[in-house]
Write a protein that binds this ligand. Structure first.
Ligand code: ADP
Ligand code: MG
Length: 161
């Protein structure tokens, strides 16, 4: 399961985040990867909005985890500064997953620690303008069930094949 999207502006990336967010439920993990400035936090802003959180969403780079109380608890994790796998384990992702949804920035490093069922979102900046390329990959039966809904919800940003 793979979707390739293109967003022209930050608001587009927020809208894709919202489309994903509206499909999330307790126990879901989303791993976001991409260089600094790629738009990972921007994506989380949209997802948090769709999950009913109206407040400010900023990168938890220094706090590692921020929790937003929307319709569901949303845990926004940034593990960029963590150097050891143990530091990530200490965050107790399982506890967060039992309470709400977890979105992890710099997900590459932690993908092996996430449940088998998860969504990964890789963001890149292919040119010099504001456009971003987003590759969404779903893993596990729960994404199988939701995949056609995700395709429909993101159709407006589908990259030309
Ligand atoms: P990251 O969390 O990956 O470091 P941020 O989301 O914090 O990235 O920053 C992305 C920056 O790029 C923001 O300032 C955002 O406004 C800007 N931007 C411009 N175009 C886009 C786009 N298409 N998608 C996402 N962000 C964009
Ligand atoms: Mg960020």
């Amino acid at each position: 399961m793979r979707l390739e999207l293109r967003t022209a502006t930050a608001e587009d990336t927020r809208a894709v985040g919202s489309a994903v967010g509206s499909l999330l439920r307790i126990g879901d993990a989303v791993a976001l990867s991409g260089d600094l400035g790629a738009g990972k936090t921007t994506f989380v802003q949209g997802a948090a909005r769709a999950l009913g959180f109206a407040g400010h969403v900023v990168s938890p780079t220094f706090t590692l985890v921020r929790e937003y109380r929307g319709r569901l608890p949303v845990f926004h994790v940034d593990v960029y500064r963590l150097e050891r796998v143990q530091d990530v384990l200490d965050l107790d992702l399982d506890e967060m997953l039992s309470e709400g949804v977890v979105l992890v920035e710099w997900g590459d490093a932690v993908e092996g620690l996430l449940p088998e069922d998860h969504l990964s979102v890789a963001l890149t900046s292919p040119g010099t303008d504001e456009a971003r390329r987003l590759v969404l990959q779903g893993a596990g039966p729960s994404w199988e069930v939701r995949w056609s809904r995700l395709e429909d919800a993101t159709a407006a940003w589908r990259a030309a094949a």
